[in-house]
Design a protein around this ligand. Structure first.
Ligand SMILES: NC(=O)c1ccc[n+]([C@@H]2O[C@H](COP(=O)([O-])OP(=O)(O)OC[C@H]3O[C@@H](n4cnc5c(N)ncnc54)[C@H](OP(=O)(O)O)[C@@H]3O)[C@@H](O)[C@H]2O)c1
Length: 186
């Protein structure tokens, strides 16, 4: 299984959320995320899952990480409860890691993604949201040490997206082609 982490962080402070919300609303960011993950298997934490409209994302299989063994998903055909990431180890198809912070950190520590789609928002973040800032600085520090950028900087609506791969890993070319096509084909 090839694992791909996909995030959009604020430049300099690596904030990805304030409380449960993403503190910017750039529609091209959501569209890029949709194009990259359309038809794919994705994994996210329970908090992020609860933030999806109607707790779903069409045309994706969603693996929801929660410690709650009795957690009930909104769509039992396409969404699956996962209590331990080791349950995902035998999956053959690519797996897109979609947050939030605890899930990015968990994978970066225990099951390193071979690919990172790193989007960086260069604008101002909303200042009127309640809740604590959520950042992924430890993931970015690891990314900067262990990954190499293999794409140009793709700039759209003040968000710079790059593709990074883990040094020394074999990366299936068809996955890179899919991601590149999804980024540039807007
Ligand atoms: N900008 C972006 O790209 C992006 C993307 C996604 C999310 N976000 C933001 O990220 C923030 C949410 O991040 P978060 O860290 O608070 O929440 P989260 O990672 O979405 O979910 C946390 C939950 O995941 C479950 N979990 C965590 N570690 C686990 C493990 N080892 N095994 C099993 N289950 C585990 C727990 O669920 P239970 O409590 O049910 O046990 C935990 O409460 C929000 O602000 C959201 O908007 C941003």
């Amino acid at each position: 299984m090839t694992k791909i982490a996909i995030w959009c962080r604020h430049h300099n402070d690596n904030i990805i959320g304030i409380g449960p919300k993403i503190p910017w609303h750039i529609s091209s960011d959501f569209r890029r995320f949709r194009r990259i993950t359309d038809g794919m298997n994705i994994v996210c934490g329970q908090t992020t899952y609860e933030s999806f409209p109607n707790r779903t994302l069409p045309n994706r299989k969603i693996y929801v990480l929660t410690f709650d063994e009795n957690y009930i998903v909104s769509d039992t055909k396409n969404h699956f409860v996962v209590n331990d990431i080791s349950q995902l180890a035998d999956m053959e198809e690519p797996l897109y890691i979609c947050g939030g912070a605890s899930i990015y950190k968990l994978f970066m520590q225990k099951m390193s993604p071979e690919i990172i789609v790193d989007s960086c928002y260069m604008g101002e973040i909303a200042s009127d949201l309640d809740g604590k800032p959520v950042d992924i600085t430890e993931c970015i520090e690891k990314m900067n040490k262990k990954y190499v950028q293999i794409s140009p900087d793709y700039d759209e609506d003040n968000i710079i997206t790059t593709i990074r791969i883990k040094k020394g890993e074999f990366i299936p070319q068809e996955i890179l082609k899919h991601i590149t096509f999804a980024i540039i084909n807007h």
